[in-house]
Design a protein. Sequence first.
Length: 384
Amino acid sequence: MKKIQMVDLKGQYSKIKAEVDDSVLEVLDSTAYINGPKVHEFQKNLESYLSVKHVIPCANGTDALQIAMMGLGLKPGDEVITADFTFAATVEVIALLQLTPVLVDVDPITFNIDIDAIKKAITPKTKAIVPVHLFGMCANMDDIMEIAKSNDLYVIEDNAQAIGSTFTYSDGQKAKAGTIGHVASTSFFPSKNLGCYGDGGAIFTNDDDLAHTIRGIVNHGMYERYHHDVVGVNSRLDSVQAAILDIKLKKLDHYNLARQNAARAYNRAFSKHENIVIPSGKTACSGICDQCDCHVFHQYTLRVLNTDRDALVKHLNDNGIPCGVYYPIPLHRQKAYLDTRYNEADFTVTNQLVKEVISLPMHTELDDEQIEFITSTVIKFLNS
């Protein structure tokens, strides 16, 4: 059995090496390193893939989220509701812009932002909701968009982990994650489902005026050279990364299917164990069905019940199996974001999840032998 990796970037690269190398050399030969043809080509292809009017590439996913908020004209003191159980970048940019983060609990099945918690958190100062499509699973955008419409709020999708995931509305219509809210951000960090070989990100929107504003923001506030019309930043996707991403974009559905198939294999092994809660698709979905496209498994994250999760981590590592805990500390308990407004009773799900979650290896190169070894090692520990 080949060595198990948490993310096997080398194995994936080996299969596309010739294409990637040729495309990168083409950029080097052209010397069009910033905003070159490769960037524009990737932008157009991603717009087509997502069926969204505007993709604005930028330097990384955190910048993308910050720039999206800047583009909406949010002001210091405006309240932005987001999930407590996620990576810090989501709340980090809210704080950097001197907005007021309002953290709320999540759903115990999907791990995504809890709808009732959003409703309870809205005040006259609330201006936006940031649903995070966590681990590759679409948040409940039907209800979130209805709440936003009823309260005149913006919706900013944090799509860093779910590119390629499809949300199915209650009426059966479908849309790609990141194309439903007023604006969305994504990350092309190397380990992402669509990852480059450095840093990169993008903003998505169907709003022409907002797209125009954002295009200025990412380029020092310029629409014409040396004419600074808005306050901006320097955040651009370079041509080398765009060339790599454009090749991988053509394979994204294949990559996501490989992840879904690996997740189904995991689920089949774990589904009947009383101490394991497997990740699901929709609330009513077992996560095993072949039709489910709402989850693209950026991470494969279990809940382990009535056991020592950290001892399981050590057991897996001792057996050559990498794993992760995403996330070990809720945002409302992080030193940087402590606030007397928060009541522990409002975070019962998040506070439980941080004790129970464990993410197993998940990538496009996982094979049946590796999955069998991983699952049997987990089950053996839980049964001991």
